[in-house]
Design a protein around this ligand. Structure first.
Ligand code: NDP
Length: 487
């Protein structure tokens, strides 16, 4: 498969294909569960298939963990909590975390290619964002492991015990790192369930963890569908539940955990406003808008999916944005020139198509650059809706795809009111040259993260998390450690 430019043929430079080789990756025909430091077949005897969403080619058969497997994984984590990992001093835990971080760096290309194959994201993103940030999370938390007594949680903060962690498909390796690194650094043991459509990099990480010599059971990785996730979060042997995914499932988990005494953090959906004022550097803002919503095909909880343009510059910004979108290249995720890869699954594509149809039916104007979609696989072109009003479904619901809804405002007060008019509260962006305005806005926006003159910047030292229906608890930074420590 080759990448196709979204520009009209003949009017742009033609790029030669630049595919990353997939030779570096060996995909097994069948994968088992990682429990107690080894790969074991599922008691259920069942497996499911994970696909390459760019081609619909089956990649591997992966174990479906049932209730007996969840029991076994939780028991193994409990044993490690009481007998090995949970008893190690922080300086010893740190060594293992450093080792994992270094191994991710050493195997970076392998992780990146595998991530792009299983998820559909462009190799330049898995190579330059997902994998380096995953390594950075382990490095960062390795640094904390022996300093927890000085972090403001009391002189001898204790781990909670066994963490049950459920992650989504949009950043499979990175979300595994976000969950495992702080839990391990603080002395907890883990049972992690990756998403059904993207289990492969978590299973490669399991191999890295085994090779790093962690005590058996410190990390257990069990693959499966939503029922495996529900079994894990509802298991009585779990002390802490950490979930990233949809608000709908987050609410179910909150209900399941209520009254059990388990600690819970939820990182859920978002519908972030990216606000551009008339004094913003427009070319930079356009890059930030593109990065905000078309990075990772828009499968980003903190995506800048609502663009708020100050009325006096709205036409100029939209015009430049459209010209910029016409230069994006959509196609083969393994091509190093590709900007927009595949949608992760058929159900996700159906969801995007449904919401886009709703946007048209409600009267917003839909625009996409000329764009030829590959014949096989799951694809959606970069799409911009203008003429959007706050009551439109596409202004309220998380689309989780490469679809931008554009609204306008006149005054800063109106921008704040519109930005906050959402049940979510995960992130926001501000584009202006005035520092005072940035501070004024940031103090009023109800969002866990506010970026100014940039977007989608991540750093393990910087806490990330939401308000309202975007969840609670923080990941990253000192605040992220709190979710894994008891009194
Ligand atoms: P889900 O919230 O369903 O999935 C996230 C994880 O939870 C997956 O590992 C999933 O397993 C698991 N899971 C599903 N049901 C349960 C349950 N009852 N109890 C415990 N774990 C469960 O997200 P989807 O992948 O289904 O995506 C649906 C929508 O959610 C997307 O269209 C998007 O809008 C939003 N979303 C938001 C994310 C975010 O970070 N904000 C991330 C992912 C999705 P399985 O993979 O088998 O379903």
């Amino acid at each position: 498969m080759t990448s196709v430019s979204t520009t009209t043929p003949g009017t742009d430079w033609e790029y030669a294909p630049s595919p990353e080789s997939r030779e570096i990756v060996t995909i097994q025909r069948e994968y088992n569960l990682f429990i107690g430091g080894e790969f074991v077949p599922p008691a259920s005897g069942e497996h499911f298939t994970t696909l390459n969403p760019a081609t619909e080619e089956p990649l591997a058969s992966v174990a479906q963990a049932g209730p007996a497997d969840v029991d076994r994984a939780v028991a193994s984590a409990r044993k490690a909590s009481e007998a090995s990992w949970g008893r190690l001093p922080g300086r010893e835990r740190a060594k293992y975390l450093y080792r994992i971080a270094r191994a991710i760096q050493e195997r970076a290309r392998e992780f990146a290619v595998l991530e792009s194959l299983d998820n559909g994201k462009p190799i330049k993103e898995s190579r330059d964002v997902d994998v380096p940030l995953a390594a950075a999370h382990f490095f960062y938390h390795a640094g904390w492991a022996d300093k927890l007594g000085y972090a403001g949680f009391g002189p001898d903060p204790r781990p909670l015990g066994v963490a049950g962690q459920v992650i989504p498909w949009n950043f499979p390796l990175l979300m595994a790192a976000w969950k495992l690194a702080p839990a391990l650094a603080t002395g907890n043991t883990c049972v992690l369930k990756p998403a059904e459509t993207t289990p492969l990099t978590a299973l490669l990480l399991a191999r890295v963890i085994a090779e790093a010599g962690l005590p058996p059971g410190a990390v257990n990785i069990i693959t499966g569908d939503g029922s495996t996730g529900a079994g894990l979060v509802g298991h009585p042997g779990v002390d802490k539940v950490a979930f990233t995914g949809s608000t709908e499932v987050g609410k179910e988990i909150q209900a399941a955990v209520a009254g059990t005494g388990k600690r819970l953090t939820l990182e859920l959906g978002g519908k972030a406003a990216n606000v551009v004022f008339d004094d913003a550097p427009i070319d930079q803002a356009v890059e930030g808008i593109v990065n905000g919503i078309f990075f990772n095909q828009g499968h980003v909880c903190c995506a800048g999916s609502r663009l708020l343009l100050q009325e006096s510059v709205a036409d100029a910004v939209l015009d430049r944005l459209k010209r910029r979108l016409a230069t994006l290249r959509l196609g083969d995720p393994l091509d190093k020139n590709t900007d927009i890869g595949a949608i992760n699954s058929r159900p996700q594509l159906d969801k995007i198509e449904g919401l886009v149809a709703a946007g048209e039916a409600e009267g917003a104007q839909r625009w996409s650059p000329p764009c030829q979609l590959p014949a096989r696989g799951y694809w959606f072109p970069p799409t911009v809706f203008s003429g959007v009003s706050q009551s439109h479904k596409i202004a309220r619901e998380e689309i989780f795809g490469p679809v931008l809804s554009v609204l306008t405002f006149r005054t800063p007060e109106e921008a704040v009111a519109k930005a906050n008019n959402t049940p979510y509260g995960l992130s926001a962006g501000i584009w202006t040259e005035k520092g005072s305005r940035i501070l004024w806005m940031a103090g009023r926006l109800r969002a866990g993260v506010v970026w100014a003159n940039t977007y989608n910047r991540f750093d393990p030292a910087s806490p990330f998390g939401g308000y309202q229906e975007s969840g609670f608890g923080r990941e990253g930074g000192r605040a992220g450690l709190a979710g894994y420590l008891g009194a």
